[in-house]
Ligand binder design. Structure first.
Ligand SMILES: Nc1ncnc2c1ncn2[C@@H]1O[C@H](COP(=O)(O)OP(=O)(O)OP(=O)(O)O)[C@@H](O)[C@H]1O
Length: 319
């Protein structure tokens, strides 16, 4: 489905592209979103991250006025979601895009463009952005999933909406399709378009987005820049190749506790510790008769952060 129509009336320049405050939504007794806040500034590429059922699509559908929040405030460019003035400023790709299979990609876009009074040159412009101009005259029904998704993005781009909402744009794509979509979204973000995209693929979000909100079972468990999240507590994994491994593990555990030094099959100790603690650990290992062959630092991925966050969250819920 894609939604975006006509020209956008201006709103004050400092109005956030998306402002969500205290939003909750339940389906029957099931809470899909609980007290969610989100503020997306204009020009940001913002990720909505979370496992299946976290509430990502529900949040995006609320922004488009397709679902109404039970409580809380929602504004899109300062306007009520679903209001014509709000919709005019959003290009959206939610779920699988719906196009006519026996028409070409170009004709499908022309139909949408003409309905909104946009010239054919606009169709050519968006086809070039998504790099489909070479296949634009082929039947849509013969497109691969990745081409179909890119045509969906092209439809969302018609009329240059300042806000793009993309729900799992790489879902179901093969590795090449994922790379192409990632490049596409990254490029969109460089021309000042605000992009809000959902994903459960953390590595992808890490490469595209400057900021992310992490949802888990409808609740916000983090909202920060990717850089800050990756620099948070336990940000570095330290790998030490130590020999013999068993006493090395015992010494490391006596300093940092059992949980910090997990079992491993090889002679490598992997620890989440403050890098400042590493020299003292190496000294203790050498004094304990352990040879240290290699020390490597690795910054944790967004995936590590995410698992760490959801692990704590699960523990809180259980307790
Ligand atoms: N129309 C609906 N009716 C009933 N329950 C719904 C509806 N839409 C969503 N839900 C439920 O709300 C919760 C959040 O769903 P949502 O689709 O927003 O999650 P999501 O993070 O987008 O998940 P996924 O990655 O699997 O698409 C889920 O438990 C889902 O089953």
């Amino acid at each position: 489905m894609s939604i975006d129509v006509g020209a956008l009336a201006p709103s004050p320049p400092d109005t956030p592209a998306v402002h969500v405050a205290g939003v909750s939504k339940s389906f029957g007794t099931l809470p899909a979103l609980s007290d969610v806040d989100l503020r997306v500034q204009r020009g940001q590429v913002y990720g909505v991250l979370g496992p299946n059922g976290a509430g990502k699509t529900t949040l995006l559908r609320i922004l488009l006025g397709l679902v109404h929040a039970d409580t809380g405030t929602v504004r899109v460019s300062g306007r009520h979601p679903g209001a014509p003035e709000a919709l005019r400023g959003i290009g959206a790709l939610i779920e699988t895009p719906a196009f006519v299979p026996h028409l070409s990609g170009r004709t499908n876009l022309r139909v949408l463009a003409r309905a909104r009074g946009l010239p054919d040159s606009e169709v050519q412009r968006v086809l070039e952005i998504v790099q489909l101009d070479g296949r634009a005259d082929d039947r849509y029904g013969g497109y691969s999933l990745g081409m179909g998704q890119r045509l969906g993005v092209a439809a969302a781009l018609l009329g240059r909406p300042p806000l793009l909402v993309l729900d799992e744009p790489t879902n179901g794509l093969d590795p090449d399709g994922v790379v192409q979509m990632r490049e596409l979204v990254r490029n969109l973000g460089t021309d000042g378009t605000t992009v809000l995209l959902s994903s459960h693929i953390l590595g992808e979000v890490q490469q595209i987005c400057e900021r992310v909100v992490v949802l888990d079972r409808g609740r916000t468990i983090a909202d920060d820049t990717v850089e800050n999240l990756r620099a948070g507590p336990g940000a570095l994994t330290v790998e030490l190749r130590a020999d013999p491994p068993a006493p090395a593990r015992t010494i490391a555990r006596s300093r940092f506790g059992e949980a910090t030094v997990p079992e491993s099959d090889d002679a490598t100790l992997r620890l989440h510790v403050d890098p400042g603690d590493v020299p003292a650990l190496v000294r203790a290992l050498v004094e304990g008769g352990v040879d240290v062959h290699e020390v490597r630092h690795e910054r944790q991925s967004l995936e590590d952060v995410f698992f760490e966050l959801t692990r704590h969250d699960a523990a809180e819920v259980r307790s």
